[in-house]
Design a protein around this ligand. Structure first.
Ligand SMILES: C=C(O[C@@H]1C=C(C(=O)O)C=C[C@H]1O)C(=O)O
Length: 371
């Protein structure tokens, strides 16, 4: 057979597959109606596992491929059923009830001291709020929980050092709402009470900043010591000879330090993303980013089929993070960011379907990120 003839055959087969796919989806919607009448759940794991085993056996050498194809087909069919039944009532109502107005928090918690990068992020996001400083991330979450602060601002990711795992673990523990975000350009300087670079023996900073300048510190041959924030490092360096801090120029000025070197981070486009968290869901009208988390059972293809549903809805994932679930060895929560808005009914339908199907699911927020 010629290439043209073979392609003609493939086109005909594709038409047949498509027709059957649409027929299967229509049938699944009818199943949804029966389930509504009988009060049955949409997901029937026993039936799905049997279908998967059957197609795997029948497909012979393509068993694995058939399994993944059908796992996706059934996920799509479940989604159509959830959408037909308007599933996910709890999430739908939470989204409906969420405030649409940008909030004007009175007090906002952040890490460190005056002049820290977190403080800069906070001031850009909430210029009118009173900043409340805490020495560590757990205290910021506790402050939001007990009402000491209306919101908390936290760094989540740096372009060169990666995710701030401790913050992700706290996000997954508390499951507060993410109400806004900002990405800041981060330029560290080496600041000291000394006036000459060669006098410096020890450099203080937050572990993230030390990581972002690891190459520079190695080249200089100085030792480093961790402290709780970059501004805290500046304060410490102000009181000790032969030391310096990696911090912002703002923090250096705050503690009267001399700037011995500028732009010392290893990567030129160094940026850090910050989020603001609060107890209540707030979805501003221009919100274009969604965060959520969930867990999946330890079986071949479970994460893949969840991710395929985002692809099928044309949604672009911007971040995925997995973190160990406390107390459960080698089981993980997945944290996801993607571009989108719950004002789009198809996106809301997907989230509502997932909220019904996945364990440990939380919709964490729909917000926008300032640059
Ligand atoms: C269609 C049904 O609903 C779900 C989807 C299935 C499918 O697409 O084949 C199978 C089982 C259920 O989880 C059904 O219950 O038959």
């Amino acid at each position: 057979m010629t290439l043209e003839e073979l392609r003609k055959q493939i086109d005909e087969i594709d038409d047949g597959i498509l027709e059957l796919f649409l027929k299967r989806m229509a049938c699944a919607k009818q199943v949804a109606e029966v389930k509504r009448q009988k009060g049955l759940p949409i997901f029937n794991e026993t039936r799905e596992l049997k279908i998967l085993d059957d197609v795997c056996r029948k497909a012979g050498e393509y068993g694995g491929q058939a399994r993944i194809l059908y796992a996706n087909l059934m996920a799509m069919s479940r989604e159509a059923q959830h959408s037909a039944l308007g599933s996910g009532t709890e999430l739908r109502q939470a989204v409906l009830k969420a405030s649409r107005f940008p909030n004007k928090p009175r007090s906002v918690a952040c890490l460190g001291e005056k002049g820290s990068y977190s403080h800069e992020a906070l001031s850009r996001l909430y210029p009118e709020a009173e900043p409340v400083f805490f020495p560590d991330f757990p205290s910021i979450f506790a402050a939001v929980e007990n009402g000491r602060a209306d919101l908390g601002v936290l760094p989540v990711e740096n372009s060169s050092a990666g995710s701030v795992n401790e913050v992700y673990d706290l996000i997954l523990k508390y499951r507060f709402s993410i109400v806004s975000a900002i990405s800041l350009s981060v330029r560290h300087c080496l600041a000291s009470r000394e006036t000459e670079l060669h006098e410096i023996q020890t450099v203080y900073s937050h572990p993230q900043a030390l990581r972002q300048c690891a190459g520079y510190l190695k080249k200089r041959g100085v030792s480093s010591a961790e402290c709780s924030s970059t501004a805290g490092a500046a304060k410490l360096a102000a009181g000790k000879r032969k030391t310096a801090a990696l911090c912002s120029e703002h923090a250096a000025a705050q503690y009267g330090l001399n700037i011995l070197d500028r732009n010392v981070q290893d990567s030129d486009g160094n940026r850090t993303r910050f989020i603001a968290i609060g107890q209540n869901l707030l979805i501003p009208p221009q919100a274009n980013k969604i965060s959520l988390c969930f867990a999946v059972p330890h079986r071949t293809g479970t994460l893949y089929t969840v991710l395929a549903r985002f692809a099928a809805s044309g949604l672009n994932l911007t971040k995925i993070e997995s973190r160990p679930i406390p107390g459960r060895n080698f089981e993980y929560d997945f944290y996801l960011d993607f571009s989108g808005s719950v004002a789009d009914p198809k996106t809301l339908d997907l989230l509502c379907a997932l909220s019904e199907e996945l364990t440990r699911f939380s919709f964490l927020g729909n917000y926008s990120e300032l640059e």
